[in-house]
Design a protein around this ligand. Structure first.
Ligand code: GDP
Ligand code: IMO
Ligand code: MG
Length: 422
């Protein structure tokens, strides 16, 4: 198994939760390094559907330790609710969960600012999940954030919170929003803090000691490559490094301890929120929605869908150093014939084989498609490559070749067993 970073190679929702669940069988520790409860990772476990937001997807398997690393932004109230929700469903959460004391907190004013900024942007909005992610990372970068370690010291926390709330109330009022009550937030956050206290500590030391003992770590990426704050389709991105490098800064595990990078990508493309999606296709979107597929796991919004975009995934391979590919949702194309694959873009009459950095230019890119034949049959029951229809085998080989990484996993359904491991 070795120490493995798993990242999304597209715009998020690639099926990372499902693949993490499959790979967790061989890992000892599953760690989240970035993002917050903007993430929604779906895992089907013993016939029930679980959507994980802050807790690593490995929590569903016994004997695995799950770590929320320093690079994650945590809404403590939401995290307590997630823990309680999982416990109610019979999942054990105790010594198997650790939370970094360096992780920054998402506070109610972050959520309100996120909402207000989106509202004021009107048609230019990002289409965020309104979980306060951008403002929380903003405070972190500005060195004015509150961290888990503050929450563990009630007197320190309350003092800092009071100053932050008085400052943010002035901003909220200037934006036309209602101010928030220090006492209410202080009370609910301190209560959440006490619930989280048993889990909080120095996760960097924990991870290094585990590595010394030969334990294997699986890094669970959230969002996807093109939502990365540096490499994504800025400004239509999230506020963290969703690419492989973020796994190291977000956990304190050095790069040379990483053995492998797995890139997860759908057999087509989806995006939720605003921003360019060069291969977006209204008919494909409609068809997938009619099948009950592609509704957001966090906000329930409809995902926009498009054809497989090899310009994007090839770029993702480069940035992340993807060794292995996991292709998910192959079954989504079971009834599609012909299938289009974007092999290059055209911008102002000129072909492009890498995505332009500018959002307006990207929006003006026209995809250049290759047409490939569909297979017009179900792939759900395939458990070996040889059990896939020939055209489906040709398709996965083709998109892997265009992406430039080794094909290692093919997913043909949401369940753990609906997987072909090569
Ligand atoms: P994540 O954020 O990357 O973990 O992905 P999400 O959970 O947000 O969205 C992926 C969706 O696809 C979920 O509903 C999964 O249950 C589902 N899924 C994952 N792989 C497959 C697959 O191969 N086939 C089908 N039909 N569904 C899949
Ligand atoms: P997982 O981990 C898909 C998108 C939002 C919006 C942009 C910024 O489930 O793949 P934010 O709330 O982060 O400020 O929103 O990023 N976004 C996601 N899209 N999957 C996610 O997570 C996402 N997390 C954020 O829709 O376009
Ligand atoms: Mg998701």
């Amino acid at each position: 198994m070795a120490n493995t970073i798993l990242i999304g190679a597209q715009w998020g929702d690639e099926g990372k939760g499902k693949i993490i669940d499959v790979l967790t069988a061989k890992a000892d520790i599953v760690v989240r390094s970035q993002g917050g409860n903007n993430a929604g990772h779906t895992v089907i476990h013993r016939g029930s559907k679980y959507v994980l937001h802050l807790i690593p997807s490995g929590i569903l398997r016994r004997g695995k330790t799950c770590v929320i690393g320093n690079g994650v932004v945590i809404d403590p109230v939401a995290l307590v609710a997630e823990i309680d929700g999982l416990r109610e469903l019979g999942i054990t959460i105790g010594r198997n969960l650790l939370i970094s004391d360096c992780a920054h907190l998402v506070l109610p004013y972050h959520r309100l600012l996120d909402e207000q900024r989106e509202l004021r942007q009107g048609r230019e909005k990002i289409g965020t999940t309104k979980r306060g992610i951008g403002p929380a990372y903003g405070d972190k970068a500005a060195r004015t954030g509150l961290r888990m370690s503050d929450l563990m010291q009630p007197i320190v926390f309350s003092k800092k919170l009071q100053a932050k709330i008085s400052e943010n109330n002035r901003i909220l009022q200037a934006l036309g929003a209602k101010p928030i009550s220090f006492h209410q937030v202080n009370k609910s956050y301190l209560a959440a803090g006490e619930r989280l206290r048993p889990f909080v500590g120095n996760t960097v030391v924990f991870l290094h000691r585990a590595l010394e003992r030969g334990k294997e770590i699986l890094f669970e990426g959230a969002q996807g490559t093109f939502l990365d704050i540096d490499h994504g389709t800025y400004p239509y991105v999230t506020s963290s490094n969703t690419t492989a490098g973020g796994a190291c800064t977000g956990t304190g595990v050095p790069p040379h301890r990483v053995d492998r990078v797995v890139g997860v990508m759908k057999a087509y493309t989806t995006r939720v929120g605003e921003g360019a999606l060069p291969t977006e296709d209204v008919r494909l979107t409609q068809m997938l929605h009619n099948l009950g597929r592609e509704f957001g796991a966090t906000t329930g919004r409809k995902r926009r869908c498009g054809w497989f975009d090899a310009v994007a995934t090839r770029y993702a391979t480069m940035i992340n150093g993807i060794d292995d590919l996991a292709i998910t949702n192959l079954d989504g194309l079971d009834d599609v014939d012909p299938i289009h694959v974007c092999v290059a873009y055209r911008l102002n009459g000129k072909p492009l084989d890498v995505p332009p950095s500018d959002a307006v230019q990207l929006a003006n890119c026209e995809p250049i498609y290759e047409e490939v034949r569909g297979w017009n049959s179900s792939t759900h029951s395939a458990r070996k490559l040889s059990q896939l229809p020939l055209a489906a085998r040709e398709y996965v080989r083709y998109i892997s070749k265009l992406t430039g990484a080794r094909l290692s996993v093919i997913s043909v359904g949401p369940g753990r067993s609906e997987t072909i491991i090569l």
